[in-house]
Design a protein around this ligand. Sequence first.
Ligand code: ATP
Ligand code: MG
Length: 653
Amino acid sequence: MSNNIESILHEDRIFKPTADFKSQANITEEKYHALKAKADEDYEGYWCDLAREKLDWSKDFTVGLDDSNAPFYKWFADGELNASYNCIDRHLEEKEDKLAIIFEADDGSVEQYTYKELHDEVCRLANALTAQGIEKGDRVIIYMPMIPQAVFAMQACARIGAIHSIVFGGFSAEALRDRIEDAGARMVITANAGCRGGKSVPLKGAVDAALEKGGDSVRKVIVYKRTDDEVPMKEGRDISWHDAIAGMSNYHDAVMVNAEHPLFLLYTSGSTGKPKGIQHSTGGYLLNAYVTNEWVFDLKDSDVFWCTADVGWITGHTYVAYGPLSMGMTIVMFEGVPTYPDAGRFWQVCQDHGVTVFYTAPTAIRALMKFGDDLPKQYDLSKLRLLGTVGEPINPEAWIWYHDVIGRGECPIVDTWWQTETGAHMIAPVPGVTDLKPGSCTKPLPGIDAHIVDEEGVELTHGEGGYLVVRKPWPSMVRTIWNDDERFVDTYFAMFKNKYYVVGDSAHLDHDGNFWIMGRIDDVLNVSGHRLGTMEIESALVSHEHVAEAAVVGKPHDVKGESIFAFVVMNMEVPPGDERLALVQELRNHVAKEIGPIAKPDDIRFGSNLPKTRSGKIMRRLLRSIAKGEEITSDTSTLEDPSILDQFMQPHK
Ligand code: ATP
Ligand code: MG
C-alpha cells in the first residue's frame, strides 16, 4: 500500500469569475499569463522588476536573490528603504486627505485618520521612541488592543528601524514574558485596557506581572490610556503615551534600512508546539505584502478593505498594517467581537463603512452561520465585491453560505493559504482569472513555486496527498527563527536536505491543478493502512445540518493502527440517553455516506466549543491527549478557553 495520503472528499462545484468582475480586475488573464511567463523565464528578474515597480527605494539594489548561505536566503540585500515611508510618506503628495484608517470601537464610536493624520501620529510617536532611547535594531513589544494606536506603534518602530514584536492582547502574563525574554525587548508599548464585548479587558496588569518576575531587558513601558480605568505606573519605567508624545514634532525623517533589516518578529500561534519567533525582512516582506493585496484582494483606490484579524497575528500585519497601507488604501479596524451587541455586528460594520473587500477566518464564518440567514439579511451588504478567508481549510458548507448569503452569490471568494512564515499569500485565487472550487485554495500565485511531494521528495501530480513544499525561495519568506538558526533549519529544511521549504501541511492536487489542504502533517491519521487527512472528515461532519464545528484526531487502536475520534459542537441541544446514542449513530452514518465507511468516527464526544488558540485554530494535540485518556501536560498557554477541555474529558453516559 502506498504511503501517501488518500483523498476522500469529493467536491467538484466550480465558480468561474463573472464578466463584470473580470472587466475591472487588477489582474486580467493576459497580465496573469505574462506574470507567470516572466517568473518561469527569469525568476530573479521577475521579483527584481516587481520590487522596483511597487516599492520606493532610497538606494537601489544590485542583487536580487542571494543564496550563497542557503537556507538563509537574502533578497535585494544591498538595497535600502523604509517600510513606513512606503506605507505613508510616498502617498502624501496625492492622497494627503484620503482616509487611511476608519476605526470602529467596541462601543460603536468611530474615528477616522487621513494619510496626513496617520503620518503625524506616527512621526510624533517615532520621535518619542527615539527620545526614550530606542535605537535601530532594538526590539519593541507591542501588547495592545485592536485600536489605531497599535498600527501607529508598528509604523513608528518601522520608521526608526526598531524591530517590533506584537503579542496578542489576549495572551497571559506568562506568554508575554516568554516572548519578551526570547526577543530581548527593550520596551513594551501597551494600553491600560482594551474594550471587547462591552467589557474592559485589562492589559497593563499583565505587563506588570510579566516584568515582575523577569523580562529584565525592558527599560521603558509606554502606556496608552484607552479607558478610564486606573492604571498604576511604575516610577522611572512607565510613561504615558500622552506624555511621551507631548511636544514631539510631527516631522520625522524615516531611517532607511537595509532590505534585510528585520522589520518584525512574530511568534506563531502554537497550534503544533512551542511558538517560534518568526523573523521577517523589510524589503522582501513588503514586496509580497504589496503584490498580494493587489493581485488577490484586487485592491483599488476606491476600495474600503476590512480584514478582521487582530494585529497580533500575521494576517493583521500583512493585510491590516503593511499591505493595504503600502498601496495607499483605506482600511477598517474594529476593536470588538463578532457577537456583540449581537451576531450581526460584522455585517453592521460592513454596511456602515461601505466595506467592499472583506477578509475573515472560517471559524468566524461557521460561528456566524450558526445564527442563520436572517441577521445578515437585515444589513445592506451591496457594496461588498470580494470576500476572503484564511487560517484553516474552509469546509465547502461554510464556503457556500459565505458566497450565497454574504456575497449575494456574486462575490468571488479568495481562500488564501499561507503562514506566519511565508509572510504573505502563497496559494490563492487571482479573482479575475481563477476558477473557484469550494474548499480549495486553488493555485500558487505567479512566482510561487509550490509542490506536493511524497516522503522521498518525489512530486505527486494529482490524486494522493503528500507534503506541501516550496522549491524556490521567495522574497517574503521567514529569514530565521529568532535566536535559533538550528531550529529554523530543522523545522523547515532538514527533511529534504535543503531542497525544499517544508510547510508542515499535507495537501493534494486535483486534475485541474488545484491545491487542497488536508491538514497538518502531524495530524494525518493512519486507519487500517489508509492515511487520511483530518480536514476531510471534519468537513463531512460539518455538512450535517446540526453540526456547527468538528475536530478529528487519531487514537491508537490495536487492530486498525488508529481509530477516528471526533469532537463535535452541535447547533442544537445534545439530547440525553438513547437519543444521544442515536445521534452518534446518525453522525457516523452521515460521514460514511459523505465520504465512505473507512472514515466513520469510532468515538464522538460533544462540547459547547472546541479548544482553540486565540487566533481560532483547533489545538488537535490536546484533543489527541484526551482521546488517549492522557493527562494534559503540554503547553496550554495560547488556548482561548482552557475550561473547554474538561467538557471533552468526560465520556458521555
Ligand atoms: P504553529 O506553527 O505554532 O503551530 P500555526 O501554524 O497555527 O502555529 P499560523 O502561521 O498562523 O500559525 O498558521 C498557518 C497555518 O494555518 C498553515 O500552515 C495551515 O495549516 C493553516 N492555514 C492557513 N490558511 C489556510 C487555508 N486557506 N487553508 C488551509 N489551511 C490554512
Ligand atoms: Mg505553523
